[in-house]
Design a protein around this ligand. Structure first.
Ligand code: AMP
Ligand code: ZN
Length: 471
């Protein structure tokens, strides 16, 4: 089946054609490990995880490479502000190395909780300094660099079509980057490849280089490490939309400048998760994390479910109410699957033709630039299809869950499968009771509580909402 993806470079949905038949090389920009990942960041990693698993579902073997930025990322993507790692170290009174290790582990723990699979290769910037130095040397040989005030800059005017990914005029790019005036730069959009002591005297992470002791610019690591592990031609490169005008634009200038030909075939970008109050920001310190969701009583997979109910190229508005709705739907789905699993018997029919049709239908949805809401619709169709045996349904759900990764066969925590509780009805009654309480209709709320009690259900009101368990 043909797989179609929206390519930021062409601004079109394109048929995916891999460089090597049956194989995909995929690079995704990883976290800067100076703080916890917020759930906005994690939305992007969930999108990339689903992309990888969809490609696999369609029969491709995927090599996925992701970097860990543990050095050299300044607060602004355009070479300004303080070093993020140093900021983290100051904040917590630890060494930059300790900060990097701690937050890398925290990030991987979050991914595990969200069923975001570990990439084939995870590469740390600090372990690839030589590769970065070699890349600068190549760029220097080809005349793309200049030295000013001790730092090595990339001269963007030497690279044709610098703005091809963002498709913005130079003025718009400049305005978007909010670059401060830096008299050392020939063009305000030039960026640093190698910083030396002259700029950050107190920088702890430093290495020797042909240009003096110092540290690399942030954009360099992705060019150097992606080519090291995936070669000079890469199928897919992903990240969040914020990376389009600066980071990915600069990555292209570096990589294509050095190799002299097209570097990446498909650029895919995930839109932002937003709050009512606007952008979630680490610098403001008020961001939501997986830990926070857990503290509020949510299984992290509810957040994954929530993300997969919308298209990755659309902004997604987060609220706890919306998350609660996702929780109800997710539990309902798991209850259905649990009942199917209980009912499925070895001797039940397995109609391979029907199974193939549904698998194709699911594949069609994910092949439409990862239309996950429609993929879920196919899943619900399967669950509700009276023509299928429970065994066939389970077989299909299991297959779809290799992409969705929603642990659909794991029972809900509150659920007791041996009981004959209709959990869908319970959820509905609880919703009705919540509404009655909102409307201050206390007698109706009590009436529903009694009804549930009669069904042997105990309800627990908490600030995260109403939960239930068997008495
Ligand atoms: P960072 O650790 O800041 O480099 O970000 C990690 C990833 O999260 C990058 O791919 C960003 O583009 C992405 N990202 C940052 N903020 C958001 C957000 N609010 N929603 C979705 N993705 C985001
Ligand atoms: Zn990157």
């Amino acid at each position: 089946m043909d797989f179609y993806v929206y390519n930021t470079m062409s601004r079109k949905k394109e048929k995916f054609v891999p460089i090597l038949e049956g194989k995909v090389g995929m690079y995704t920009c990883g976290p800067t490990v100076y703080n916890f990942a917020h759930i906005g960041n994690l939305r992007t990693y969930i999108f990339e995880d689903v992309l990888k698993k969809s490609l696999r579902y369609l029969g491709y073997e995927v090599k996925h490479v992701m970097n860990i930025t543990d050095v050299g990322h300044l607060q602004s993507d355009a070479d300004e502000g303080e070093d993020k790692m140093e900021l983290g170290a100051k904040r917590e009174n630890k060494s930059v190395w300790e900060i990097a290790k701690f937050y890398e582990n925290a990030f991987l723990d979050d991914c595990k909780k969200l069923n975001v699979e570990t990439p084939t290769v995870i590469c740390r910037a600090t372990e690839h300094i030589d590769d970065m130095i070699n890349l600068i040397k190549k760029l220097e040989e080809k005349g793309y660099t200049y030295i000013s005030n001790g730092n090595v800059y990339y001269e963007i005017d030497k690279f044709e079509d610098y703005n091809k990914l963002a498709n913005l005029s130079m003025e718009e790019l400049e305005a978007g980057n909010r670059v401060e005036v830096d008299e050392n730069k020939k063009n305000p959009l030039d960026f640093v490849l190698w910083f030396t002591n002259s700029k950050f005297k107190n920088q702890i992470m430093q290495w020797d280089s042909p240009w003096g002791r110092g540290f690399p610019g942030w954009h360099l690591e992705c060019s150097a490490m992606s080519m090291k592990y995936l070669g000079e031609r890469i199928d897919v490169h992903c990240g969040g939309v914020d990376h389009i005008p600066v980071h990915h634009t600069n990555e292209i200038a570096q990589s294509e400048g050095a190799i002299g030909h097209k570097w990446v075939n498909y650029w895919m970008h995930g839109e932002f998760l937003v709050l009512d109050s606007g952008k979630m920001s680490k610098s403001k310190g008020d961001f939501l994390t997986v830990n926070k969701l857990e503290e509020e009583g949510f299984n992290p997979l509810v957040y994954r479910y929530f993300c997969l109910q919308s298209r990755y190229r659309k902004q997604l508005l987060f609220s706890f109410d919306a998350l609660k709705d996702a929780e109800i739907a997710y539990k309902k789905l798991k209850n259905k699957v649990a009942a199917l699993a209980k009912d499925a018997k070895e001797d039940q029919r397995l109609d391979l033709e029907k199974i193939k049709n549904y698998k194709n239908k699911f594949a069609e949805k994910i092949s439409d630039d990862l239309n996950m809401p429609n993929a879920f619709t196919v899943l619900w169709e399967v669950v509700k299809d009276n023509e299928l045996t429970s065994r066939e349904k389970c077989h299909l759900v299991e297959s779809f869950d290799t992409v969705l990764s929603m642990n659909l066969f794991e029972p809900n925590e509150e659920q007791n499968l041996d009981s004959n509780i209709d959990s869908e009805l319970v959820d509905e009654l609880i919703k009705e009771r919540d509404m009655a309480r909102k409307n201050k209709d206390w007698s109706k709320a009590d009436e529903i509580r009694d009804k549930l009690s009669f069904m042997n259900i105990e309800i627990l009101d908490s600030k995260e909402g109403t939960k239930w368990k068997l008495k």
